[in-house]
Each structure stands twice: as structure tokens, then as C-alpha cells.
Design a protein around this ligand. Structure first.
Ligand code: AHM
Ligand code: MG
Length: 336
């Protein structure tokens, strides 16, 4: 009976968000329109990513188009699609993209109240070998009707209204939080719609996996090194953990959400702030983790408490299962 209900009573992402927002009727329409444009961008990127391998094989890449321009690289193309979709939604005022040095201020006649930070195609070095990649986004709201300023985009992560990612893998998966739990949707290509497939995702309280680029180990600080050592050689009788590292943040975080464990991109001697960007990588993933019952820590504080001072600022990040992040926090506290 219930399987049949699933087949005929389709919970699309739009329907789901409309239901969720029914508590805030004043913002309901605007947020739904904004989200629809983000979803449209993700569908476009999904289709482009799926064709990328083929385009290469049949020689489309690098070919010139009618205007005599070289074919755009996928990350550049994805960025343009997202920027245009977001601006034309009429609901945004500031856009911060990993692809652009400066923020985009939307002109007054198309301006709305949302500020969107995003990485249109994260992990793009993985495209050519067919490994999963993704889009990451976070949404803030302007507090009042002032002229938008850069500070509106430099709010701490805890002020985000919504955040999520879309993973372009063996299937296309869209995961979102609007501050009341985490839900996952899978693209049904025949319908062109994202259907709820992972309701109310909760990360296991403790995990059996750790995920980190161990090639940086010689430059790690003490607590990071001690944590990874503990994963491999536990002294409390627990079994050693498995290592999984894809090198594509969306895919590594997605696995961590579903299976539990930790994902770390710590500081090291060569990169004292780690690698990942605060606004559109660290914050959205930290918001999702907390909403799924996990934690996100920078080595100093709760990740969502960070107040960014620059658009492309970086921060070390440790996120994952609640108990596992407690262990990492204890190691950093012991050192301080
Ligand atoms: P990018 O924005 O240049 O694609 O880099 C971000 C990616 C993340 O997806 C991933 O977590 C990380 O870089 C992997 O870095 P490394 O190759 O240093 O392990
Ligand atoms: Mg990136």
C-alpha cells in the first residue's frame, strides 16, 4: 500500500518546501521561487556533467561554436547558468560564487531580499575521470531594506536560512536543510523532477569511517595527527576505522551524512587555514551536519559561529558524527 502511495503521490522538492514554509506564509512564495531557480541550475549542470564524457569522446570539447568562441569549461558554464538563474528569479540581492573574485550586486529592478553563496561545480578536477562532483549553496536573508553591502554576505553561518548541495554521481541527489532537519531528493530523469527519497536524514551518532587527505600528514598539527593515529590504532579496544577519501567534498560529505564518521580538512603548516572556503563550502556543510544531528568544528570553535571577514576566506573543518567530533574537540581542548 505505502509503496503504491510513493509511486502515485509524488513528493517533489517544490511541494515539500511549500509544505515546510507554510509556517511562514509571508516568505513562502519568494523562497520557493528562489529554490526553483537553484534546482533549475542543478538540473542544467547535471545534464552538462552527464554529457561531458561523451562530448570529449566525440570531439566537442575545445571545438569552436558559431560565434567562434571556444567551448566553455564546465565550471565556467555552470557558474553562468547559476548567476543568470538567480538574478532572473528577482529574489536575490547579492551573489557570491567561488568562480568570481567579487560579489555580484543585483541591480535594483531585479533585486530581492536573499543573498546566495555558492560553489557552482565543486571538485571539478574530478570531471575527466567520471568521479562524483557537486554544487554547494547557502542562503541568507537581508535583515532590513537597506542598500545591499558586502557585510550582508559576511554573516556567520548560524544566520543561514537554508543550505544544501546537489551531487552529480551515479544518480543526481539534492540535499537541503531549511533549519528543520535534512531531506534528500533524487532526480527522476524521466520526469525532470527531484523526488523525496531520503526523508529526515540523521547521521549515525558514531561512525566507522574517517576521511582526510593523508598526503598532508607530515604538515599536520598535533591534535589532527593524534586523531588520525587513534582512528588507525585505537587504544580503547574499539576496532580501527576505515579510510574513505574521494577528494570531492560533496561526495565525501554525502557519504559521511549517510554512513557516519568524520570528514576533515585540517590546517597544516603549508595551509594554516586549511583549503576549504568558509562561505560556500564550510558553512553549508556545517549547517547540514548540525541539522542531521552531527557537529562541525574548526579546531577552535563551532564552525557556524565563525564570522567571515573576506568572501573567499578559508577555514580548517572537522565535521561528522556527534561522538566522533567530540573526540576531536577533546584533543584540541587538551592542547590549548
Ligand atoms: P576545488 O574548489 O578546487 O574543486 O577544491 C575543493 C575540493 C573539495 O571538493 C575537496 O574536499 C578538496 O578540494 C580536496 O582537496 P585535496 O585534493 O587537497 O585533498
Ligand atoms: Mg570548491
Amino acid at each position: 500500500h505505502s509503496a503504491d502511495a510513493h509511486r502515485t503521490d509524488l513528493m517533489t522538492i517544490t511541494r515539500f518546501v511549500l509544505n515546510e514554509q507554510s509556517k511562514h506564509p509571508e516568505s513562502r512564495g519568494d523562497f520557493t521561487i528562489l529554490l526553483n531557480n537553484i534546482v533549475l541550475g542543478c538540473k542544467f549542470v547535471c545534464s552538462a556533467v552527464n554529457k561531458a564524457g561523451l562530448a570529449k569522446l566525440i570531439g566537442l570539447a575545445g571545438e569552436t561554436n558559431v560565434q567562434g568562441e571556444e567551448q566553455k569549461k564546465l565550471d565556467v558554464l555552470s557558474n553562468e547558468v547559476f548567476c543568470k538563474a538567480l538574478i532572473s528569479s528577482g529574489r536575490t540581492c547579492i551573489l557570491v560564487s567561488e568562480e568570481d573574485d567579487d560579489a555580484i550586486f543585483v541591480e535594483p529592478k531585479q533585486r530581492g531580499k536573499y543573498c546566495v553563496v555558492f560553489d557552482p561545480l565543486d571538485g571539478s578536477s574530478n570531471i575527466d575521470c567520471g568521479v562524483s562532483i557537486g554544487t554547494i549553496f547557502g542562503i541568507y536573508m537581508m535583515k532590513d531594506n537597506h542598500e545591499p553591502v558586502i557585510e550582508d554576505a559576511l554573516q556567520p553561518g548560524k544566520n543561514m536560512l537554508a543550505a544544501g548541495y546537489c551531487m552529480y554521481g551515479s544518480s543526481c541527489t539534492f540535499v537541503i536543510t531549511t533549519g528543520s532537519g535534512v531531506n534528500g531528493f533524487t532526480l527522476d530523469p524521466s520526469l525532470g523532477e527531484f523526488i523525496l527519497t531520503h526523508p529526515d536524514i540523521k547521521i549515525p551518532k558514531k561512525g566507522k569511517i574517517y576521511s582526510v587527505n593523508e598526503g598532508n600528514a607530515k604538515n599536520w598539527d598535533g591534535p589532527t595527527a593524534a586523531y588520525v593515529e587513534k582512528c588507525k590504532f585505537p587504544t580503547d579496544g574499539s576496532p580501527a576505522k576505515s579510510l574513505r577519501y574521494i577528494g570531492s567534498m560533496v561526495a565525501d560529505v554525502h557519504r559521511t551524512l549517510l554512513y557516519g564518521g568524520t570528514f576533515l580538512y585540517p590546517a597544516d603548516k603549508k595551509s594554516p587555514n586549511g583549503k576549504l572556503r568558509v562561505l560556500y563550502e564550510v558553512f553549508p556543510m556545517s549547517f547540514l551536519m548540525e541539522q542531521a544531528g552531527g557537529q562541525a568544528f574548526t579546531g577552535k570553535e563551532r564552525a557556524l559561529d565563525l564570522i567571515p571577514t573576506k568572501l573567499h576566506e578559508r577555514s580548517p573543518i572537522f565535521l561528522g558524527s556527534y561522538d566522533d567530533i567530540e573526540e576531536i574537540k577533546a584533543l584540541y581542548a587538551a592542547e590549548a
